[in-house]
Design a protein around this ligand. Structure first.
Ligand SMILES: Cc1ncc(COP(=O)(O)O)c(C=O)c1O
Length: 406
């Protein structure tokens, strides 16, 4: 009997610990394919994490006060993302997004928020919506307990014509367009064209743009999608990997946004008991230091393993005529249970809907064979993984596909 609500009230399996590439359950040791929703790029209990935790008697846990650890951390953030002049520390990614919306409204005086349907921005009430279909104006609530947010405007991912049409109609009322440039629900390289076009339009129409790079920040060899595409958003939110395994959320502001914020007549509130957390800053700083020092080795390995995984998987489903494929953006990977053209989450859900039972059977089989695939299906590799792990995962995936999806 449990009195806890975690990711969802229906969670059935409970982790009992973790080490390296493994997650432990009561009588089981599983290869982890989630790595804490993509936040543990170095794996569980990494050397740098253990070393940092051992020396926390230097930092203590929290002071709710500006401190030297967070200051040092911000200098490293500035080196990684020199495009931003100010960093605002938060306890989680959701908090960072919530406050990013607040900043945008404060400096523009506008109410509406535009977002891309199918994106995940965390537990932010006004972003917990998606569209019913590509053409629909009607919102679908992703949670009970929400009111109708008339100020949330949804645009369809990878449908530039329709997206621009919606934006053009309401551009004067939009405070900011927030986007998860590469969605973890559909990590596709082809989306880059759409991202660039939306960015270009927002610049032209004078709409602020915020990239939520919670997943992609430090996951790519270029350290962010905006860097890879050479388009800097006005506001950047990030977290996950930056915390090195402990809670964090960060907002980056471009200089012009910082200046506007400073000129704002009324104060904009950012405080929080854990906002300037010295522990997250210290572990995050050490983690970033390790990643930067070993950048070449880490990202080459992740790219090579992800590429091998994808090619082998897709060769297999092609040869056996199985209607499933693996898609990836860097080391963000997902099984798409259809080969039909799928450019956004609505199409994905539609294409996979009829196979729900078989997909669940496949997932249960994979877990039985000691591989942990998270409930939302996103796959992340870590620096702990080896080719041997990928070969084992491929072996299990292939036999699962043959049994349940061929
Ligand atoms: C793109 C994106 N934004 C925001 C969040 C929310 O971050 P957190 O869970 O730290 O609140 C997540 C979490 O998965 C995310 O993937």
């Amino acid at each position: 009997m449990s009195y806890l609500y975690g990711i969802s009230p229906n969670n059935k399996i409970k982790a009992t610990g973790s080490k390296g590439k493994y997650l432990f359950f009561k009588n089981k040791k599983c290869l982890d394919l989630s790595f804490a929703s993509g936040s543990l790029i170095l794996g569980h209990t990494s050397k740098v994490f253990k070393k940092s935790i051992k020396s926390i008697n230097q930092t203590g846990s929290n002071y709710s006060l500006l401190n030297t650890f967070v200051e040092k951390f911000s200098l490293t953030l500035k080196k990684i993302y020199p495009e931003f002049s100010k960093f605002i520390m938060c306890a989680t990614g959701s908090e960072a997004n919530m406050k990013a919306l607040r900043i945008a409204r404060a400096i523009t005086g506008k109410k509406k928020i535009a977002m891309i349907s199918g994106s995940w921005h965390g537990s932010v009430d006004e972003l917990l919506y998606s569209s019913h279909d590509d053409m629909s104006k009607f919102q679908k609530k992703l949670s009970n307990g929400l009111v109708n947010y008339r100020n949330t405007i949804l645009i369809p991912y990878n449908n530039i014509e329709r997206s621009l049409k919606i934006l053009k109609k309401q551009k004067k009322q939009i405070a900011v367009l927030i986007m998860e440039p590469i969605q973890q629900s559909l990590p596709l390289e082809q989306s880059e064209k759409y991202i660039k076009e939306i960015y270009r339009y927002c610049k032209k129409a004078n709409i602020l743009i915020c990239f939520d790079e919670m997943i992609t920040g430090m996951r790519l060899p270029q350290f962010a999608v905006f860097k890879k595409l050479k388009i800097t958003p006005d506001i950047l939110t990030f977290g996950k990997i930056f915390g090195g395994g402990v809670p964090i959320g960060i907002i980056g502001l471009k200089k012009k946004i910082e200046i506007k914020l400073n000129k704002s007549k009324n104060a904009v509130f950012f405080g929080g008991t854990y906002s300037f957390n010295p522990l997250s800053s210290y572990i995050g700083l050490n983690t970033l230091g390790y990643i930067i020092k070993n950048k070449k080795k880490i990202y080459q390995k992740l790219e090579k393993l992800s590429d091998y995984f994808t090619k082998e998987f897709n060769n297999f489903t092609y040869r056996h005529n199985i209607d499933v494929k693996l898609i990836r953006y860097s080391s963000i990977i997902r099984i798409l249970f259809t080969k039909k053209k799928t450019m956004n989450k609505i199409q994905k859900d539609e294409n996979e809907f009829k196979k729900t039972k078989k997909i669940n059977q496949f997932k249960e089989y994979v877990f039985k064979k000691n591989i942990f695939l998270s409930k939302n299906g996103a796959i992340f590799l870590s620096y702990e993984n080896s080719k041997k792990d990928i070969d084992y995962i491929l072996k299990i995936f292939k036999s699962g596909l043959k049994q349940y999806l061929s």
